[in-house]
Unconditional design. Structure first.
Length: 435
């Protein structure tokens, strides 16, 4: 199916709802406005279900394996304008995925909503000691950490070159980009996030990237984040789980609680990479910025350079054939280096960098990234184009890679509507749920 150049307005549930068995659907160039729940909603089948129909009827025979249960996949979402979502359901998303994957989401514009721009969900395994939410067996097979990932189909979702603004405005424990309990190998790159300003007074754990529990092998690279502000316990972002990458991204002109959160929870963390990122002009509503660590690390990262995540969390098996190499002795952090910090309140070389006990940040620096802003631009009308480092910037010496901002967002060829209200919002203008 292909749906192109349509206006879908005031849908009670979602503008597009792809339920259960749905494959190879293209949604391109559409104007989506004021849906009650989500702009686009992908819903596969729950792990262990043996039919693909809600009325109990089977489709092409009963499902008897993890592979056969992977029924919602191979979609393309390109050059759509998704505006003012979540009008009737406050936890709605611009795009929502559950047990659906192998999809590309590219060059869309998602603006204005109470919660996630991208909500990417599944069902996590747990800690291998009965604390998960998946059953012990699926389709006659005893689950372990790796077999559980075979049953989680919210995987291989590529989110790239999208503009996201004025989202997560009335929520808590969320992010513009949120992952929870998903399958492996999702990615988000070359996106532009701005104006995530939660309406709740204490901030309540709002992040631009909310890599929540069990989001393994997630790659977040070459993204631009700016004007993310609020009061309380927001973080610039979150990274945890196995094989996660946070690289070559810019976080600027924001007010966040901790600079970043590295907080393993029910499932393990190992081999995480955090490198070649730029943090610039960041203020804090709390006394100082720091890496946020909690007790679930089984010892703090600041004093333990060789946590054994699988043994600590009850897992006894390293990666089997076909998965990236992982041993029981792998560290939580594989690499943390080559980052640049400039005007980050409460975070300086004498107190926070380098973290020599772990050998982190040996090559990181405190220096002005020299962003080439539009002359005379004001805060409320900046765009991602303003965050390109100048040719003389020291970040190039760190190996920082150029982010092509001209390819981010709707293209003239792909989106044929004239969007009169597509710019960033003045912070004084409120959305419906904030009134």
């Amino acid at each position: 199916m292909t749906v192109t150049d349509c206006a879908v307005l005031d849908a009670g549930h979602s503008a597009f709802w792809l339920q259960s068995f749905a494959q190879n659907v293209t949604m391109r160039g559409n104007w989506i406005e004021r849906p009650g729940f989500c702009g686009i909603y992908f819903q596969g089948i729950y792990p262990g279900d043996t039919t693909t129909a809600s009325d109990g009827a089977t489709q092409d025979g009963p499902i008897q394996s993890a592979n056969a249960s992977d029924v919602n996949k191979n979609h393309l979402v390109s050059n759509n304008f998704i505006y003012d979502y979540g009008k009737r359901v406050g936890h709605g998303s611009g795009l929502w995925f559950f047990q659906a994957g192998r999809t590309r989401v590219t060059q869309n514009h998602v603006q204005e909503g109470p919660r996630d721009a991208f909500g990417v969900y599944g069902v996590r395994f747990g800690n291998g000691a009965g604390r998960g939410t998946l059953p012990d067996k699926l389709y006659g097979q005893q689950l372990d950490f790796w077999k559980a990932l075979d049953n989680l189909h919210t995987r291989h979702i590529e989110i790239d070159n999208n503009v996201v603004t004025n989202c997560v405005r009335d929520t808590a424990d969320a992010g513009a980009l949120e992952y929870w309990g998903v399958g492996a190998f999702n990615s988000a790159h070359h996106n532009c996030f701005s104006d995530m300003d939660p309406g709740v007074l204490d901030g309540s754990w709002m992040n631009f990237l909310f890599q929540d529990d069990a989001a393994h092998y997630l790659n977040f690279s070459s993204n631009i984040v700016y004007e993310v502000k609020g009061s309380g316990s927001e973080e610039a972002g979150m990274i945890k789980s196995v094989g996660s990458v946070f690289e070559n991204s810019i976080i600027a002109d924001s007010k966040v609680g901790w600079l970043f959160q590295l907080t393993p929870y029910i499932e393990p963390s190992a081999n995480m990479i955090f490198r070649r990122n730029i943090f610039s002009n960041i203020t804090s509503p709390i006394p100082a910025l720091a890496y946020s660590i909690n007790g679930f690390t089984k010892g703090t990262l600041a004093t333990s350079g060789n946590l054994k995540p699988f043994s600590n969390y009850g897992f006894q098996n390293a990666a089997p054939p076909g998965w990236p190499e992982l041993s029981l002795d792998d560290k939580v952090i594989k690499e943390f280096d080559y980052n640049a910090y400039h005007q980050v309140q409460g975070f300086d070389a004498s107190t926070n960098m380098p973290i020599t006990a772990l050998g982190w940040e040996k090559h990181s620096l405190f220096a002005d990234p020299e962003f080439v802003r539009t002359p005379g631009s004001q805060t409320w009308n900046r765009t991602c184009h303003d965050y390109t480092p100048a040719p003389t910037s020291p970040v190039w010496g760190l190996g920082f890679g150029n982010i092509n901002t001209s390819a981010i967002g709707l293209s003239a060829a792909g989106f044929k509507w004239l969007a009169a209200d597509m710019g960033r919002r003045d912070a004084s203008r409120k959305i419906q749920t904030e009134r």
